[in-house]
Design a binder for this molecule. Sequence first.
Ligand SMILES: [Zn+2]
Length: 162
Amino acid sequence: MLTIARKFSFNAAHRLSETVPEGHPCSRVHGHTYKGEFSITTTQEPHEFRGMLVDFSVLKQLLKREVEDFFDHKFLTSDASTDKKGTVILPIDPTVEYLTYLSTVKMYFALKNTLSQPTFEAIASLCTTLYETERSWGAYSLMLPVNTEDALTEELSSIKTL
Ligand SMILES: [Zn+2]
């Protein structure tokens, strides 16, 4: 198994409205400097993909577009009644569990649309590790090939950025 990875970061405000009781600190609007790492793992040996699996400049560009620019300086919420500009309305609460999952799914489609077919087929798994604070983090691994693409596409299309 061989893994390459790149770090990323963004600042965002959020509020948990469904997963914590009223009065819980996370039910109030607050912010985090999220720090993450996105990795691509293959079962192939380096000579099978001529030494470079995915160019880091491609990974940098996709992480910036799909994760950093998408979340940075936004207000993340599952409350669909919010109408303020800069709000991202998600299907469920913006917990670190959901954000790490969502980042991985967004990167899955971005890589699928960018990489050549043989390169994409060389990928065994994608993983995002996301730190909400220095001590609290979540990680999500997506095993390829994915056979629930339609459900994932539908989920992404339900997300609204105001
Ligand atoms: Zn929080």
